[in-house]
Each structure stands twice: as structure tokens, then as C-alpha cells.
Ligand binder design. Structure first.
Ligand code: ZN
Length: 242
């Protein structure tokens, strides 16, 4: 199946010069309006995984909106805009970052960002959002020893499920980086789906443990956005990589 699975990190009133992961609230709002006008409905990745196995049906125009890293500022800037459209999203949180900050970015010259707390996540869940894992420490998975791989996948799932008192069924590879061993660890840990960035698969959902996402860049115009989520573009991306 080809549906747009959008990848965002942070949404703020101002773009920040030193990172390519912050989309402005103005651009984000325009993108949501575009989706809304064209009749898109947001769905969860767990729903997509079920549909990919033929065990559920998706609305004709479905979109998944995902946020990596779980920044607390999303509640202030992104959620109100999503609420206006009746949209929900999926947020991927780092197990050891609950209530902390982006410790994995230290020493890279990036701004310190507050991560969501347990109560933030409870609020989002109450609003119908899906909570997924983004590793335990945000380590890049390829090349990790078996024990570390298990910690980053299985232990992250356990920790989040215990802390949040809910099932955590979906995963997002830190840095979008994965290989066969990482994929297997994620599958073994019991996740039903995992998000990559550009796995080179023949369709968006061809591999549920390497779902293809659309990277929405801060520099994208609304025209770029429209093109990136179009059915032909999603299909063309696969064709281009064959
Ligand atoms: Zn991340």
C-alpha cells in the first residue's frame, strides 16, 4: 500500500538556523489544511500494520503523522493545530528521555530541547494519539552487540509500557538507521511495525518493519509537500530505487 507516513521532529513558531528538523507552525498549519481539504484522515501505524496484513481497512485517503524524539513543545505548538483539523498523530519517544531532554544530541551544537513527561504522554493518549518507541537511549542500531540491541528495542518497550500503562506496538529507528539484525530485534521484541526513512521498498508498507516515511523538510514549499504525498510520487520513489 502507498499512503503518506509523514516524518516530523519539532514544530515551532520560528525555524532554527542550526537544524533541519524544525518545521514552522505556519508551514505545518498549511500542510494540515491541505490534508484536511483533500479529505485525508489520520490513522495510527498499528492500524496501517493491520491493514497491510488484510486484517483491517483504511479510509480511502489515509495519512499517518509521526513525530520522532517526543519533544514537549509539540503539545504547545503542534497539537492545537492538529486538534483544529480533528487529526491525531504518532509520537516516538526515547525510553530514557521521559521528562528529560535530548541528551543524545549533546556536543553536536544543537539546542537543548525538553522531552515529554509521563503526564504529557497520558494527555496525548487520552486525545487518541499513538505512542511508539524510539529506542532506549536513541543509539543508532546497526552494529550494536546483541545485548545492546535487545536493550534498545525490548527494554525500551517494557519501560514505556510500564511507565505509561499502555501497549507500545510501534517503533522508529533512531536516525532512520536499520539493518537486518536491527529489524529482527524490533520484530522479536513484539513491535508490529517500525518506521525507517527510505528503505527502498517497492511500496510504503511492503515491509512493516521498515515502513517508508516522507521527510517533511523545513524548506519544503506547500507545492513540495503536495508532490511528496501524492500517490504517483510515493510509487515513483520505489521505482527510482529499483
Ligand atoms: Zn530521533
Amino acid at each position: 500500500m502507498n499512503l503518506p507516513i509523514l516524518m516530523y521532529h519539532s514544530v515551532k513558531p520560528q525555524a532554527s538556523a542550526h537544524n533541519d528538523l524544525t518545521v514552522t507552525t505556519a508551514a505545518f498549519q498549511a500542510q494540515l489544511q491541505y490534508l484536511n481539504k483533500r479529505g485525508f484522515q489520520t490513522v495510527t501505524l498499528a492500524h496501517v500494520a493491520k491493514a497491510a496484513q488484510g486484517r483491517a481497512r483504511l479510509p480511502r485517503r489515509s495519512v499517518v503523522i509521526t513525530f520522532d524524539d517526543g519533544y514537549a513543545a509539540l503539545l504547545e505548538y503542534a497539537k492545537p493545530l492538529l486538534d483544529l483539523m480533528g487529526f491525531t498523530a504518532t509520537v516516538f519517544v526515547v525510553g530514557q528521555a521521559l521528562g528529560r531532554h535530548n541528551f543524545w544530541d549533546e556536543g553536536k551544537g544543537l539546542a537543548r530541547e525538553q522531552c515529554m513527561t509521563r503526564s504529557h504522554l497520558a494527555e496525548l493518549q487520552g486525545a487518541g494519539w499513538e505512542i511508539g518507541a524510539h529506542g532506549l537511549t536513541h543509539a543508532s542500531l546497526p552494529g550494536l552487540a546483541a545485548g545492546d540491541l535487545r536493550r534498545e528495542t525490548e527494554e525500551a518497550k517494557h519501560l514505556l509500557e510500564t511507565e505509561l500503562e499502555t501497549r507500545v506496538e510501534v517503533f522508529s529507528y533512531p536516525y532512520g538507521a536499520w539493518d537486518a539484525a536491527a529489524r529482527e530485534a524490533v520484530r522479536q521484541a513484539g513491535y508490529v511495525a517500525a518506521c525507517a526513512i527510505s528503505p527502498g521498498t517497492r511500496s510504503v508498507t511492503a515491509d512493516p518493519w521498515a515502513l517508508r516515511r516522507v521527510y517533511v523538510k523545513p524548506t519544503d514549499s506547500l507545492g513540495d509537500f503536495a508532490r511528496k504525498i501524492s500517490g504517483w510520487y510515493l510509487a515513483f520513489r520505489a521505482w527510482k530505487r529499483r
